[in-house]
Write a protein that binds this ligand. Structure first.
Ligand code: GLN
Length: 535
C-alpha cells in the first residue's frame, strides 16, 4: 500500500462512550493483520497542550517518548498497539490556532482574510496528513474528541468532510453512539443514534460505520432500524456492549466484524486474519490469577482514578504476566497527615506501597510518612518521580538526620532550615521547557534490583519533572545505605535509588508507567508485583 488510509472516529449522543478504546481496538486488529497503524487524537479544547490541565478534570497527562504532554487517550493507543506515539499524534484547537496566528503574523497569508474555513481547517487537515505522509503507516486512525454538534468540534468535522471528498474510499468515518435500554419499556432505543447521525449529515458527513455502545445486545430489528435510518449497511452496524475489562473490547470488535467491514469499505481485498494469540494469552492470565495482592497507591488525586491511569494499567500488565490479581487501595496522601494511627490504619497489612507522582506541596507530609512506613516495616515500595523524591527526602530527614531536607516545592512541610536535597535543574531540559520531559537514557548498576528487573544495564524511560537529586549529598546517602543504582551518565543525574538491605525499596525519577503496554509490561512494575506477591 503506498498511500495511507484515513479512519476517523467521531462520537455522538454523549461523551465517555469509549472512543479511545474503540480506536485502540481497531488499531490492534489492523496491526495484528500485519498493517502498520498509528492513532491520533484531535482535542477541541483551546489549551495548547494538555500539560497544564488539572488532573481532577482531565485525568492524567500522558507523556510521549519525544516529551510531548498529551491527552490520556494516547496512553490507551500505546498500551493496546505497542506503537509509540509522539507530539504529532495529539493536536488541540489551541495548537491549531496558535500556528495559524503565527503564520498570519509572519505574513504568510499574503493579506488574505484569515478564516476558520479554509485556514483553520487546512491547518487541521495538514496535521492529520503529516502522519500519513511519513510513509510509515498503512492506516492513520484519527479520533475527534468531544461530541459531534459541540461548537468546538465543528472545524474538525468540517476538515473530515473535506478529507472524505479528497480521499474517496481511502477515508471513512466511524461514528460511536449510544443505544440506551429503557427498562420501563423493555426496549433498546435508536432515536438518539438517529438524531446524532442527522447531526453529522447536517454538516455534510455520512458515517460509514456506526458503533453502538449499549448495555444489552442489539437485536436484529434494532440493527435493521439503525441501518435503514442511518443509511449504512447492516454489516456497518457494530455492537459495543459493556465489557468486564477494556482489554476484551478488541475481541468483541473482531466478533462484530469491525475490522473486516473497515477493510471492505476501503477496498482492501486481501489481508491475513488477525493473529491475537498473544492478546488472548494476556487476557487468560489476567482473568485467571493464581496470586492476589493489595497495593496502596498514595497520591493526592485519588478521587479520580483516571489521574493515575497509566499506573493502574501498568499493574494490570504486570499482574497478567505474573498471574497476580493486583487490588489497588487508593489512599489520599493528606489522610496520612492526621496522626500515626491513621498511617498504621491505612497502610498496615498492604503487600506493597506505591507513592505516586505529583506537583506542589499539598499532601507531601503524608507521602513522606508512607515512604517511612514502607521503609521501616520492610514493605515492598515503589516511588515514582515525586514518590522517589519523597523517598529520598524522608531518608535524609529520618536516617541521615537532615531535619530540613526538602525540595523548594515541598518547603511548606518543615519548620527547619531547608536543605535542598532536590534541586531545580534547568540546564538539561529539552524542547525549551522548564521541565525534563520525555525519554532520557539511564545506566543501571549490575546486581541492583532495577538491573535485575530490566535484565540489562542501559535503558531509556520517560520523564516529567523539574527537580533532581542534589549530588552534593550523594555520598551521605551511600554511606547510610540508600544507593543510587541508576544514573544518567550524560549529566550525572541520579535516576534510581534503592535500599539494598530492604526486601524491595526502589525509587525512580522517571515514569515507567508511560511505557508499559500489554505486549511489553513495565519491568519495574513486574518486579514490584513479584516482590509484593513473594514470587
Ligand atoms: N514535582 C516534582 C518535580 O517537578 C515531581 C514531578 C512528578 O512527579 N512528575 O520534580
Amino acid at each position: 500500500m503506498i498511500n495511507a488510509k484515513y479512519i476517523f472516529v467521531t462520537g455522538g449522543v454523549t461523551s465517555s462512550l469509549g472512543k479511545g478504546i474503540i480506536s485502540s481496538s481497531l488499531a490492534l486488529l489492523l496491526k495484528s493483520r500485519g498493517f502498520r497503524v498509528t492513532n491520533q487524537k484531535l482535542d477541541p479544547y483551546i489549551n495548547v497542550d494538555p500539560g497544564t490541565l488539572n488532573p481532577y478534570e482531565h485525568g492524567e497527562c500522558f507523556v510521549t517518548q519525544d516529551g510531548a504532554e498529551t491527552d490520556l487517550d494516547l496512553g490507551h493507543y500505546e498500551r493496546f498497539t505497542n506503537v509509540r506515539t509522539s507530539q504529532a499524534n495529539n493536536v488541540t484547537t489551541g495548537r491549531i490556532y496558535s500556528s495559524v496566528i503565527e503564520k498570519e503574523r509572519k505574513g504568510e497569508y499574503l493579506g488574505s482574510t484569515v478564516q476558520v474555513i479554509p485556514h483553520i481547517t487546512d491547518e487541521i487537515k495538514n496535521r492529520i496528513k503529516i502522519l500519513g505522509n511519513t510513509g510509515n503507516y498503512d492506516f492513520v486512525i484519527t479520533e475527534i474528541g468531544g461530541v459531534v454538534g459541540d461548537i468546538e468540534s465543528l472545524p474538525f468535522v468540517e476538515a473530515v468532510r473535506q478529507l472524505k471528498r479528497e480521499f474517496g474510499r481511502n477515508a471513512i468515518v466511524i461514528h460511536l453512539t449510544f443505544v440506551p435500554y429503557l427498562a420501563a419499556a423493555g426496549e433498546l432505543k435508536t432515536k438518539p443514534t438517529q438524531n446524532s447521525v442527522k447531526n453529522m449529515l447536517s454538516i455534510g458527513v455520512q458515517p460509514d460505520i456506526i458503533v453502538c455502545r449499549c448495555e444489552k445486545h442489539l437485536t436484529k430489528s434494532v440493527r435493521d432500524k439503525i441501518s435503514l435510518f442511518c443509511n449504512v449497511d447492516s454489516a456497518s452496524v457494530i455492537e459495543s456492549i459493556d465489557a468486564p475489562t477494556i482489554y476484551e473490547v478488541p475481541l468483541k470488535m473482531m466478533d462484530e466484524g469491525l475490522d473486516t467491514q473497515v477493510l471492505k469499505l476501503m477496498d482492501v481485498n486481501s489481508a491475513p486474519e488477525p493473529d491475537l494469540s498473544n492478546w488472548k494469552k494476556f487476557l487468560y492470565q489476567h482473568n485467571n490469577p493464581v496470586n492476589e495482592i493489595t497495593v496502596g497507591l498514595v497520591g493526592k488525586y485519588v478521587e479520580l482514578h483516571d489521574a493515575y491511569k497509566s499506573i493502574s494499567e501498568s499493574f494490570i500488565h504486570a499482574g497478567a504476566v505474573t498471574q497476580t490479581k493486583v487490588n489497588i487501595k487508593w489512599i489520599h496522601s493528606e489522610s496520612l497527615e492526621e496522626n500515626d494511627d491513621a498511617v498504621k490504619e491505612k497502610l498496615d497489612g498492604l503487600d506493597g506501597i506505591l507513592v505516586a507522582p505529583g506537583f506542589g506541596s499539598r499532601g507531601i507530609l503524608g507521602k513522606l510518612k508512607a515512604c517511612q512506613f514502607a521503609r521501616e516495616n520492610n514493605i515492598p515500595f515503589l516511588g515514582i518521580c515525586l514518590g522517589m523524591q519523597c523517598a529520598v527526602i524522608e531518608f535524609a530527614r529520618n536516617v541521615l538526620g537532615f531535619k530540613g531536607a526538602n525540595s523548594v516545592e515541598m518547603q511548606a512541610s518543615t519548620p527547619y532550615p531547608v536543605i535542598d536535597i532536590m534541586e531545580e535543574q534547568k540546564k538539561i531540559t529539552n524542547m525549551g521547557h522548564t521541565m525534563r520531559l520525555g525519554n532520557y537514557p539511564c545506566h543501571l548498576t549490575e546486581g541492583s534490583k532495577i538491573f535485575e528487573a530490566y535484565g540489562k544495564a542501559d535503558i531509556e524511560e520517560r520523564h516529567r519533572h523539574r527537580y533532581e537529586f542534589n549530588n552534593k549529598y550523594r555520598q551521605d546517602f551511600i554511606s547510610s545505605g540508600m544507593i543510587p543504582t541508576g544514573i544518567n551518565l550524560q549529566n550525572d543525574l541520579v535516576e534510581v535509588v534503592e535500599i539494598p538491605s530492604h526486601p524491595f525499596y526502589v525509587g525512580v525519577q522517571f515514569h515507567p508507567e508511560y511505557a508499559s503496554t500489554v505486549e511489553s509490561p513495565s519491568p519495574i512494575f513486574t518486579a514490584f508485583v513479584k516482590a509484593a506477591a513473594h514470587l
